[in-house]
Design a protein around this ligand. Structure first.
Ligand SMILES: *Cc1c(COP(=O)(O)O)cnc(C)c1O
Length: 294
């Protein structure tokens, strides 16, 4: 006899990307950064003091939150550190979505969102993207006429790579009477020439939560470290009520803080990924295979 709750029994599980044991030329099937983490990472790992592991980690990752606040020119109260971006998604759902209500997402997007919604006893309201992968004009109308109180948008979009501009996100956040979570897992890779910066929206919209992760941009998917940026009033319940007391471990906190100090090394990989993208796109076009701007 199954003992799970009905919604768990009925849930179609998320299938994580395959992690093959065999050496492969370039493993990219879960969108890892193909370049290694910065050189300071190895040094920092070797410098870890085993004796310090006797104690519990700082429960809110204060040193990391101070470092991230300095990078983004916000306050530590605007930051919550999490065990990967996936934990932030789960926390946001736990904190902001009433069980039984829908969680709004664009269709298609990250396949984990509906699974996390289902675990929490929420349905998923899927708002289809246009043929050009853009949010449809009626997105705000569809969202605001629904009973959803949490919406999750991935920007740049996965899987298409399309970027929604900051003005549009501002418009959505302002119109929506719920929390807008913008999953910026890939934002580091946006061409700096576009001057895309969603941070100013945080001070204007107390319902906007940005997700940042070290998994892709910093080549640290194995570390499991990410963070949310939002108004202090939005971050406070995550930080003090819904996250596990020790959701990020001492080693990860230390290495994540070091990673932020080598942003310039990470940024060199972002530029390299963009160059390779352009090369791939051109090679595909030469063979008559079109690809949308990414
Ligand atoms: C990779 C990814 C995340 C977060 O991954 P973590 O490794 O848990 O930080 C979130 N959203 C999207 C769309 C992703 O591709």
């Amino acid at each position: 006899m199954p003992y799970e709750r009905t919604n768990i029994r009925q849930l179609a599980p998320y299938v994580p990307g395959e992690q093959p044991d065999i050496p492969v030329f370039a493993k990219l099937n879960t969108n890892e950064n193909p370049y290694p983490p910065c050189a300071a990472m190895l040094e920092a790992m070797c410098g870890i003091n085993a004796e310090a592991l006797r104690r519990y980690p700082d429960s809110t990752a204060r040193a990391f939150r101070h470092a991230a606040a300095a990078v983004h020119k916000v306050e530590p109260d605007n930051i919550v550190a999490t065990n990967g971006g996936d934990e932030l998604l789960r926390l946001a759902i736990t904190t902001f979505a009433e069980p039984g209500t829908p969680i709004a997402v664009a269709q298609p997007s990250y396949a984990l969102y509906p699974v996390l919604a289902g675990i929490h006893g929420c349905s998923t309201l899927r708002i289809p993207l246009g043929d050009d992968w853009a949010l449809p004009d009626r997105f705000i109308q569809d969202l605001c006429s629904s009973t959803a109180r949490l919406a999750i948008l991935v920007n740049p979009h996965a899987p298409s790579g399309r970027l929604t501009d900051v003005g549009r996100l501002d418009e959505i956040a302002r119109a929506f009477r719920g929390v807008l979570l913008v999953d910026e897992a890939y934002v580091d890779f946006v061409d700096p020439a576009l001057n895309h910066d969603s941070l100013p929206l945080v001070s204007r919209n107390d319902n906007l939560l940005l997700l940042r992760t070290l998994s892709k941009g910093y080549s640290l998917a194995g570390l499991r470290f990410a963070y949310g940026i939002g108004a202090a009033s939005l971050i406070a319940p995550l930080l003090t009520k819904t996250k596990d007391s020790y959701n990020t471990d001492a080693i990860a906190q230390h290495l994540a803080t070091v990673a932020l100090t080598c942003r310039a090394d990470a940024a060199a990989t972002w530029a390299q990924v963009r160059r390779e993208r352009d090369r791939l796109r051109a090679a595909l076009a030469e063979r008559g295979i079109p690809s949308p701007p990414s």
